[in-house]
Design a protein around this ligand. Structure first.
Ligand code: HEC
Length: 340
């Protein structure tokens, strides 16, 4: 057997890279068939090469199976090596994928930068000037009439569920959602906590106060926008019991949870993100954290416990009001009571 080859990448985001799962089985197949020693991290540009990897690995594995000769194995190794190069080169995801009702539109950075609908904006809270395309223009011609929610998936596993009505409301004087596009010739500064910028695609809002846009409705490093049903229809297990009074804080808390927590957390298996733990199962968070502990943690996780890899950022009163904090704690407590 040839010298062991370990597939590795540099990306610290490996564990929550949304594409790692789909690339991994293919690579595992190669590991078994041609004796690659192991798989390390798959670089975060992997989404751009997933299809390519599939075809390369598919061909080499098939060839190995059919004619197990030296030449074929050598070819398979060359191909694996090519895959490794692809996966470890600093490729950035440069396509934005829009999926609506079975229709898929893939837009490149260059296409978006050249779009006639693009305008120049200043990205809020930074000095960055960027081209940005109004989201409604991007969706023009796609079957969005019956879409309730936009599921916006980011590179690091963050997934916002944004009500389509919020986006539509820009036509009636509400906030306007735009996709800001990083120009490769004028890269944006790195994010404070990371090795990369918010690009290539960053969902930003003009006049966010007009429609009450919250802090977690600004996904960056966006990969895709998909038209979906509302979270409560898709995942009924996240809903408070139907007999919960309309004015109960837990009801409001459910909405706060969907907007502010679900981009990272699931509730009883419901949700699309896996950045943080499921807050409903196996044991509901409110069953092992006290009310005071929950409040303190949501405001500032470091006030409760600290460790170097800690990732959740606290919600101070300017982004989560006291009323919303009460509401989301009431929701977590009600979920614990409903599903002990
Ligand atoms: C940007 C992603 C992100 C968002 C948004 C987020 N969290 Fe977290 N949360 C995490 C991560 C990651 C952890 C795991 C600990 C860590 O790394 O900080 C966590 C941990 C927690 C925990 C502790 C769970 C445990 O068992 O230790 C609670 C409770 C929690 N989050 C509640 C919330 C609530 C409530 C919201 C919404 C108001 C929220 N989080 C929003 C990422 C997030």
């Amino acid at each position: 057997m040839a010298a062991p080859l370990v597939l590795t990448g540099q990306c610290g985001r490996q564990s929550n890279c949304p594409h790692f799962g789909s690339v991994r089985p293919l690579l595992t197949d190669v590991v078994e068939k041609v004796g690659v020693a192991g798989i390390g991290a798959v670089h975060h540009g992997c989404n751009a090469v997933t299809a390519l990897v599939a075809s390369i690995v598919g061909t080499s594995v098939m060839a190995t199976r059919e004619r197990a000769g030296k030449m074929v194995l050598a070819r398979a190794f060359l191909m694996v090596a090519a895959t490794v190069l692809l996966l470890t080169s600093p490729v950035r995801a440069a396509d934005l994928t829009l999926r609506f009702d079975g229709q898929v539109r893939v837009l490149s950075q260059a296409q978006l930068l050249a779009s006639p609908a693009a305008i120049d904006i200043a990205i809020p809270q930074t000095s960055v000037q960027a081209k940005a395309v109004p989201l409604l223009d991007l969706l023009d011609g796609l079957p969005t009439a019956h879409v309730d929610t936009l599921e916006i998936q980011a590179l690091d596993g963050f997934v916002s569920q944004i009500p389509m009505d919020l986006v539509r409301r820009s036509a009636q004087g509400g906030s306007t959602a735009l996709v800001a596009v990083e120009d490769p010739d004028h890269p944006w500064p790195r994010l404070p906590n990371g090795t990369a910028s918010a690009g290539p695609f960053y969902l930003v809002w003009q006049h966010p106060d007009r429609s009450g846009i919250t802090s977690e409705q600004w996904p960056y490093q966006v990969l895709s926008v998909t038209g979906v049903e509302s979270p409560v229809r898709r995942w009924p297990q996240i809903a408070v019991a139907p007999d919960t009074p309309a004015d109960a804080p837990a009801r409001r808390g459910q909405d706060v949870f969907i907007a502010q927590c679900m981009p990272c957390h699931k509730m009883r298996g419901g949700g699309a993100a896996e950045v943080g733990p499921d807050l409903g199962q196996p044991m509901p968070a409110a069953a092992y954290l006290t009310e005071a502990g929950l409040r303190a943690l949501i405001r500032d996780p470091r006030a409760v416990r600290t460790w170097p890899e800690q990732r959740m950022v606290g919600f101070d009163p300017s982004i989560l009001s006291d009323v919303d904090l009460d509401a989301v704690v009431a929701y977590l407590e009600q979920m614990a009571a409903q599903h002990p």
